[in-house]
Design a binder for this molecule. Sequence first.
Ligand code: SAH
Length: 258
Amino acid sequence: MSNDNKSSIHEFDFNLICEYFSNVERQGPGSPEVTIKALSFIDNLTNESRIADLGCGTGGQTMVLAQHAPGHITGIDLFSTFIDLFNLNADKQNLRDRVEGVVGSMDNLHFREEELDLIWSEGAIYNIGFEKGLKEWRKFLKMGGYIAVSEATWFTEERPAEIDEFWMDAYPEIDTIPNKVAQMQKAGYIPVTTFILPENCWTDNFFSPQVVVQDAFLKKYPGNITVEEFVKYARLEVELYSKYKEYYGYVFYIGKKL
Ligand code: SAH
């Protein structure tokens, strides 16, 4: 296989994933209630505040954030398709004067040092890694500024091999709540709070909306192995969650810069 072929297959994967997730409101587990709950622990915001939402996707949580917090929010995502939809969503909700989506990577941010009052990131910090993200993003926060991220987490010290193997392959940095809190502390934040996202954040808000998209995708790309594999993986995630949800889930971690 030539390199050209490889890169075009890669390109298709990205385009496919973008197209798939552009059809759902959220690209990760979450809910408006959870965003509002996390926000209730942040007490430093004013109309002048600068907020960044990293790995914002199409902005489901950003718009909730904007409706419940003052200040200016910059959403950053790697994919321009998501950012286009993000800005469209901000337009629709008359938030464009305070909410702006920009294409960029969370490992190469262009904020000034100590520019931000709040860094938000739901279901996305895994792309850079929890520890690395906490350490690298810290410089962009003012003293006393907050970081609020949600992250895949083990609830127990031990778990069945099947789910352990799945996560070791998907995201080996998954860890227990106390270990992640210790990482937050060591990265230079006061751990303000953690809370577990309720099940409906996965089932009703993340998995259910994908069912229609999966059927439509299989119809649109008949016999396409990449599509079939992708949908198979998405369905496996649902099956594993229902089987092992007492062992893992998403947890919100909120920290304050020391
Ligand atoms: N926060 C959204 C999306 C979570 S999915 C929600 O909760 O619904 C993870 C997001 O991270 C995707 O939108 C993906 O495009 C984005 N992403 C992946 N790698 C990235 C990177 N290096 N920099 C910025 N965004 C990235």
